[in-house]
Structures are given as structure tokens and as C-alpha cells.
Design a protein around this ligand. Structure first.
Ligand code: ASP
Ligand code: MG
Length: 411
């Protein structure tokens, strides 16, 4: 007998028939003697609908009331699910975030979990019930309802798996798992069987939208293996796990890209102490996250500073930097919102050289100009003109032979 946490996303519970089908799936495991904890999202589209309605009421909706509204979608699916289970002759109980005591901080609409009381869930499990928990929601110490940020149900599932010391945590979605690259761009993208938390964090933050990034961080912290898989098939999905020796032999695990990028360059800034701070402080004060930064020294005590920001923040950022440019005496500030970031990710590159050179060679062969480069232990990213994104992704996927199964190489 195992304790299994299963989370089903919005497309898996999109209507009452789908909820019934998911309940069948859970009951089959319950029949085998497993203890089942189910976490559900709202029906797909619901949370967006709530956001739109709120905007009709208040241009910037009150955060506390927003959370009362947003959390209601999950209340619908968990109750319907429990009914479906009961109708089939099994016992179930639906629980909301405040009933479980998923305690969070007070940051409405993006709250973080502080603690979970697993006792009530365990009691219900021990009395033979399937426990259905509303994803995405929690409660503050003073009893206000909070939500965990969009996509937050994944985090609920991982947090529950950690608190309950579950044997398995499965995230069911509408794709079969995590792919070596975006299957919409590259027809021979392959489903990855096993990937490390760190690789997943890089892929998730770079745009592989299968798992919410915070849930991966949490899973890494508490060593919860996650199985991401499809609701609509029985096929094994992708396991997100701790690193082991065999995984290192795979040099590159995936190629990913992001088009939500824009470049800003300060040209001819006086090269004196404090210049970086004067450039980046106002940007961070505006709540904009800077990603890559490159500083080039010019002759005559001058320097250029180039960096990237999310494209969605580009206009705000340009207003901020034009002001700064005047203040610090920069000759010029320019920007380009039509760039993309293409990255190759893999824990294997920690111990193997040559991945970066291969990447540069492939982009050169395709005649794609690299504007910026950044590296981490397990990732190499290049900024290129947005219009070559698909070409670059395909060429890199081919060059690293990612369509082939992992062939372990001993060294
Ligand atoms: N229903 C929430 C959302 O759409 C949470 C989730 O589905 O994970 O963001
Ligand atoms: Mg999701």
C-alpha cells in the first residue's frame, strides 16, 4: 500500500464528464489498496474568467477580495469530484486550503506556503476516504484566504506530498511529459524519461510550461520525485528527480527558448565606480527583473552596458533608462524588443567541455548572429534575432541528437 498524491490540471477537469473520468482513475488505485490524495485545479478557463470579471469591478482589484474570488474555482472541482466518487460507492471528502491548514504568508495572489497540518488528511485517509484538496489556495494566520500565484496547484501537490511523506507525487496534465524541446517547433522532439530538478528549473524558467517553477524548487528542497504525465493516456511520463550518475552521461537534455526578451544598451557611459548601480537601481525599483548583463570597456574611460529585460516590461524599462542616461551622461541608449534567447540545458556539461563551441558552431553554420552569451554550470544561452528562433532550436536539437534515446557513455 502506498500513499499517492495526484494533481490534475484544469484541462483534466474541464467539465463534469472529465471529472468523472479522473475520479475513475483515482478509484482504480484506491481499489488496489493505495491511500489517495487528489489535488485539483479549477476547470480550464475559469481562473481567467474570474480575473476578467474582477477587472470589471475595480481597475486594480482588491487583493484580499481577489483571492476569495480566485479560490472559488477549485472549490467547484473538488466538491464535484467528491460527489463522483461517492456516486460510485467509494468514500471521499473535499477539503479547502483553510480546512487543511495550508498556512501561507499574507502576500495575496502570490502567497507562499509556510506550513501544512497533515493530521486531518491522515485521519480521513485512515478512515478509508479519498481526500480531495483544492489546489492553489491557502489561509493566513489570521484566517484570510490566499492564492499561490497562477499555476499554483502544482505547488499545493508537491507541498502536500512533502508534508505527508507520500510515496509518489504525480502531476497529470494535457501533455505526455517534458520534451527535449517544444514539439510545436521540432517534430522529432522526444519525451524525456528522467530529468534532474536543476535541469527542470532551467527548462521551466525558460518556457517549458509543463510544471510551475515554484513546485520544482519545493520538490528539490524536500526531495519529492515528481512524475509529470498525461491524464488522457496510461503512458509513463517524465520523472523529475535528484541527480544520479547515469544522468550526467547525457550531455544535453533539452533545447529551450524564450521570446519574452528585449535588449537595452547604454552606449558610452563614463567608466567609474557606481555606474552599474546607478543604471540598475531604478530598473529594479520599477519591479523589472534584468536577466543577462554585458559590460564592454571602450577606449577613453568609457564603457557600454547591454542587458536584457522581459519584453513585457520593455516600454516601462525604456522610460526608466532614458531618464538614467541623461543623469549619468551616457551618449545614447538604444533598445531592441525583437530578440529571443535560445538555451541548451544539461547536467552533463558540468564535466564535459565543447558544448558551448558546438552551439556557437551550429548557430554560425545557420548564419545566425549571436548578440549576447551567458552560461551557468548546466546551461548556455545565446541571444539572437527573434526571427531565427525556430531555425536555431531545430538546428541545435539535431546537432545534439536529442531525438535519440539517452545512450549512457562511461568515462
Ligand atoms: N487555477 C489556477 C490557475 O489557473 C491554479 C492552477 O491551475 O494551478 O492559475
Ligand atoms: Mg499548470
Amino acid at each position: 500500500m502506498a500513499l499517492i498524491v495526484q494533481k490534475f490540471g484544469g484541462t483534466s477537469v474541464a467539465d463534469t464528464d472529465k471529472i468523472k473520468a479522473v475520479a475513475e482513475r483515482v478509484m482504480a488505485l484506491s481499489k488496489q489498496g493505495h491511500q489517495m490524495v487528489v489535488v485539483l485545479s479549477a476547470m480550464s478557463g475559469e481562473t481567467n474568467r474570474f480575473v476578467n470579471m474582477a477587472q470589471h469591478m475595480q481597475s486594480i482589484p482588491d487583493p484580499r477580495e481577489m483571492d476569495v474570488l480566485l479560490s472559488s474555482g477549485e472549490q467547484v472541482t473538488v466538491s464535484l469530484f467528491a460527489m463522483a466518487v461517492k456516486a460510485a460507492g467509494f468514500d471521499a471528502v473535499s477539503l479547502l486550503g483553510d480546512q487543511v491548514k495550508i498556512q501561507t504568508d499574507i502576500m495575496h495572489t502570490k502567497a507562499r506556503i509556510k506550513s501544512i497540518n497533515a493530521d486531518l488528511i491522515k485521519e480521513h485517509l485512515n478512515s478509508g476516504k479519498i481526500v480531495v484538496v483544492a489546489g492553489f489556495q491557502g489561509v493566513t494566520e489570521s484566517g484570510d484566504i490566499t492564492t499561490l500565484g497562477r499555476g499554483g496547484s502544482d505547488t499545493t501537490a508537491v507541498a502536500l506530498a512533502a508534508a505527508l511523506e507520500a510515496d509518489q507525487c504525480e502531476i497529470f496534465t494535457d501533455v505526455e511529459g517534458v520534451y527535449t524541446t517544444d514539439p510545436n517547433i521540432c517534430a522529432n522532439a522526444r519525451k524525456i524519461d528522467k530529468i534532474t530538478y536543476d535541469e527542470m528549473l532551467e527548462l521551466a524558467s525558460l518556457g517549458a510550461k509543463v510544471l510551475d517553477i515554484r513546485s520544482v524548487g519545493l520538490a528539490k528542497k524536500y526531495k519529492v520525485p515528481i512524475h509529470v504525465r498525461s491524464t488522457f493516456t496510461d503512458t509513463e511520463g517524465t520523472w523529475v528527480v535528484e541527480e544520479d550518475k547515469t544522468m550526467e552521461s547525457m550531455l544535453v537534455s533539452g533545447v529551450t527558448y524564450s521570446k519574452n526578451e528585449a535588449r537595452i544598451t547604454f552606449a558610452k557611459v563614463p567608466d567609474t565606480p557606481g555606474i552599474a548601480s546607478r543604471i540598475f537601481n531604478p530598473i529594479s525599483d520599477a519591479g523589472i527583473v534584468v536577466d543577462m548583463i554585458i559590460q564592454n570597456t571602450r577606449a577613453g574611460d568609457m564603457t557600454d552596458m547591454t542587458f536584457t529585460v522581459p519584453r513585457t516590461d520593455y516600454e516601462t524599462a525604456m522610460k526608466v533608462v532614458e531618464k538614467t542616461a541623461k543623469e549619468i551622461g551616457a551618449e545614447r541608449v538604444s533598445g531592441d524588443p525583437h530578440i529571443a534567447k535560445v538555451s541548451v540545458v544539461g547536467v552533463g556539461m558540468r564535466n564535459h567541455s565543447g558544448i558551448a563551441t558546438t552551439m556557437f558552431h551550429i548557430l554560425a553554420r545557420e548564419n545566425i548572429n549571436i548578440m549576447m552569451i551567458s552560461t551557468s554550470e548546466i546551461k548556455i544561452s545565446c541571444v539572437i534575432n527573434e526571427k531565427y528562433t525556430e531555425l536555431a532550436v531545430r538546428a541545435l536539437h539535431d546537432a545534439f541528437e536529442l531525438e535519440k534515446e539517452n545512450i549512457p557513455i562511461e568515462d
